[in-house]
Design a protein around this ligand. Structure first.
Ligand code: SF4
Ligand code: SF4
Length: 355
């Protein structure tokens, strides 16, 4: 059976601004079926890397926050720490970046809670019936939230072709170890030239997988449990991820994490996607290139698979070509949709309801 995807274009007039239309979209999509009075509600988004300007504008999040509050929920804005070392790899840097990019309480109307804690070690293992995983590691405060709204900037992505709701759920809700499990099949390695032999990683490794030899750190791959802590605690940035997993496998693993992220909630998350400033790459980059498609509009659905399919279809129609395949020719973005459909996360068939 087809899922309903709600859509509004970007036309507006006095008394019916894009903020008003965002609120109307959430109400049409049935936000009160997804958020109940008293629910601690995770509003999952990407705060944008420092220097990026394509991420969702905070004033739209304020509207989401107001609608969650109107439904009786207690909203908080959230994301997980990154696997790579950057402006969002621990909670202190992440909060600072979020506030720098405008996600202060005074603007968004809700607090920011980094879902996997100070160093990305706060996670919950969630069972999933996956092809790759029997359980996945999800940021604790997302897993523990009563309800969730998934607010996504729909754009291109170098590994998955596009980054939509499924990516926001799968990669975005995974803890650091969950992200490592999606991107790599082998243990991190230490770049010997960068290592000063300080021993910080040795002290932090929960598996005792790291040893110092001649004042350089070495990781035993057979002992490593893939927690990824060493990557973020190294003050020299000398511990490197082996980004060795191919796109179709990352997409398959990503949607198994997406299933883990939505599991255990009283109601499935309501997903809201902004198909605007469709940049070629992820908002994790510290810059964003020219958009690869015209702005399309704002969409909402309880079905992340249908939502991503509809966003992709509308982008292709507006661009007159598939800009994701053109920009990332080696990537088949349909893999994430078909794998998610197989897992029961939703359906690729949808009915577009226009507001
Ligand atoms: S924390 Fe970094 S610099 Fe220190 S020993 Fe480990 S790899 Fe080397
Ligand atoms: S990933 Fe975790 S278990 Fe593996 S070496 Fe690094 S700190 Fe140790």
């Amino acid at each position: 059976m087809a899922s309903t995807v709600w859509f509004t274009d970007l036309s507006s007039r006095p008394g019916n601004s894009l903020l008003d239309k965002t609120a109307a979209l959430l109400r049409a999509a049935g936000i009160r079926k997804h958020v109940s009075p008293g629910d601690l509600t995770a509003v999952k988004l990407h705060f944008g890397e420092k220097g990026n300007t394509a991420f969702l504008r905070p004033i739209y999040l304020r509207k989401v926050v107001e609608e969650v509050a109107a439904a009786g929920g207690k909203p908080f804005l959230t994301d997980t720490n990154t696997l790579y070392i950057g402006g969002r790899s621990n909670a202190v840097d992440h909060l600072t970046t979020a506030i720098t990019n405008g996600f202060a309480y005074a603007v968004a109307g809700a607090p920011v809670v980094i879902a996997d804690g100070l160093r990305g070690e706060s996670a919950v293992r969630v069972p999933v019936p996956g092809r790759f995983f029997r359980e996945v590691s999800i940021g604790a405060e997302i897993a523990r939230a009563d309800a969730m709204i998934v607010a996504t900037h729909f754009k291109g992505h170098e590994i998955s072709g596009f980054g939509g709701a499924l990516k926001n759920l799968g990669m975005g809700c995974a803890s650091r170890s969950g992200k490592l499990a999606q991107h790599s099949t082998v243990a991190p390695t230490v770049a010997q030239t960068g290592c000063t032999g300080c021993g910080t990683c040795v002290a932090h490794c929960p598996a005792g997988a790291i040893a110092l030899r001649d004042a350089k750190a070495f990781i035993s791959p057979g002992v490593c449990i893939g927690c990824a802590d060493c990557i973020v605690v190294c003050p020299e940035g000398a511990v490197r991820v082996n980004w060795n997993e191919a796109s179709p496998l990352v997409q398959g693993k990503m949607v198994e994490h997406a299933l883990g992220a939505v599991s255990g909630k009283k109601s499935p998350p309501l997903c809201l996607s902004f198909v605007t400033q469709v940049s070629p790459f992820c908002d994790c980059y510290g810059s964003n290139d020219l958009p690869i498609a015209p702005d399309v509009g704002i969409l909402a659905s309880a079905d992340p698979v249908a939502l991503d399919q509809a966003c992709a279809d509308l982008v292709i129609r507006a661009a007159g070509k598939d800009p994701f395949r053109e920009r990332h020719p080696g990537v088949d973005w349909t893999v994430q949709l078909s794998c998610a459909e197989e897992l029961g996360l939703g359906t690729r068939s949808y009915r577009l309801e226009t507001l």
